[in-house]
Ligand binder design. Structure first.
Ligand code: PLP
Length: 376
């Protein structure tokens, strides 16, 4: 059994994917072929944002947004302590300083209460200028944007959604990818909606922000003349072949993969041993279940369950074993564990069970049986 079976996924859409790749090969338009604009239009419609701008990967999607918002040295950007390192690195690369914030003990997303504490502290320290909040939709569950946007308004901060894990998720009628000033999405193959290489996208509604982002992803060019460079930019593009693959996969993602993942998650919810802490999805929220992360009683118990499952041929993974404040790259920020109780607890006890749309019923049953056997 694979944690995420991309071969089965490919075989389920093989004819559509092969045909779209072959079209691109025949066209010879490997960079910015018509498929790129086509998938941008399709994605913007799905997420219900005015603009979708594809780019090279999810990390650069975050970075491009921060560049467009003029985030720079001396700025503070608030980031949950529990996320993939890319969220913080996008800030640091621009010379700004990530401020790590503890997570909520239930949702495992950025804690609005701790966010406010961190902003107040940064203001009173008076060294860095609070500029933006990057809220991460951890495991595929959108963050608490209602509370976060209220705080952002109070302190005049931008909200950026790191939706690398949440494409397909929602809060009531609002889709993941539509929160904050701009949202970053990753199409890394193992993300909920992936291409077959690296890829990413930015979603936003503001006309002038979209124009700036479009310029930055093409070396800061003017929209009138591509050799007239009016600001600092980089090269961050989605390949035409990857765009074609995404277009071919998109219908099935919403008609089959998302519903199937929801269905398996419900089966896990209803059947897994209550000795495990199961995902908490607040009312009105939908998770894309990028990861079905559960909590053991302790790190020692987690290691034993994972070993038992591995012996039974069931792979599990940990997202993420090390909080950002403990990463060596951020040692110079001199954080102590004191402020990160929930993040540390989560990092020590969490692990993810296989969950994807191409798991067979018998595999789902086996995962439940072997997990529960551990407790009996
Ligand atoms: C995967 C991921 C990213 C980075 O996306 P890439 O496409 O791999 O660059 C950023 N943030 C989070 C939360 C992620 O899970």
């Amino acid at each position: 059994m694979k944690f995420r079976d991309l071969t089965r996924q490919y075989l389920a859409c093989k004819s559509e994917i092969d045909a779209s790749i072959n079209n691109v090969l025949a066209s010879g338009n490997f960079i910015q072929g018509t498929e790129v604009q086509q998938v941008e239009a399709q994605l913007a419609k799905k997420v219900e944002r005015k603009y979708c701008l594809t780019c090279a990967n999810g990390t650069e999607a975050i970075m491009l947004i921060l560049m467009a918002l003029n985030v720079t040295a001396g700025d503070a950007v608030f980031v949950p302590d529990m996320t993939f390192i890319a969220t913080a690195n996008a800030v640091t690369i621009l010379g700004a300083t990530p401020i790590f914030v503890d997570i909520d003990s239930q949702t495992h997303n950025l804690s609005p209460i701790e966010l406010k504490v961190a902003i107040e502290k940064t203001v009173s320290d008076g060294i860095l200028k609070p500029k933006a909040i990057i809220a991460v939709d951890m495991n595929g569950l959108p963050a608490d944007y209602e509370a976060i946007e209220k705080i952002a308004k109070e302190y005049k901060l931008f909200v950026v959604e790191d939706g690398a894990q949440s494409f397909g998720g929602s809060i009531n009628e609002r889709k993941a990818g539509s929160f904050g000033t701009a949202s970053a999405v990753s199409f890394f193959p193992a993300k909920p909606f992936g291409c077959y290489g690296d890829g990413g996208a930015i979603f936003c509604d503001d006309d002038s922000l979209a124009e700036i982002l479009n310029s930055i992803r093409f070396h800061g060019r003017s929209d009138k003349d591509k050799y007239d460079n009016i600001r600092l930019g980089i090269n961050s593009r989605l390949d035409t072949i990857q765009a074609a693959i995404l277009s071919a996969k998109l219908p099935k993602y919403f008609s089959y993969e998302m519903p199937k993942v929801q269905q398996i998650a419900k089966i896990y919810d209803n059947n897994l041993s209550k000795n495990l802490g199961l995902p908490h999805i607040p009312d009105g929220y939908t998770s894309s279940f990028c990861y079905y992360s559960v909590m053991a009683e302790s790190m020692a118990e987690r290691d034993k369950i994972r070993e038992h499952l591995l012996n039974m041929g069931i792979p599990t993974l940990i997202y993420y074993p090390k909080p950002l404040h403990k990463q060596k790259v951020y040692a110079s920020l001199e954080y102590t564990d004191g402020n990160f109780f929930n993040t540390i607890d989560y990092s020590e006890r969490t692990f993810a069970l296989p969950l994807h749309a191409y798991l067979e019923d018998i595999e789902v049953q086996q995962i439940i049986k072997e997990t529960n056997k551990f407790f009996s």
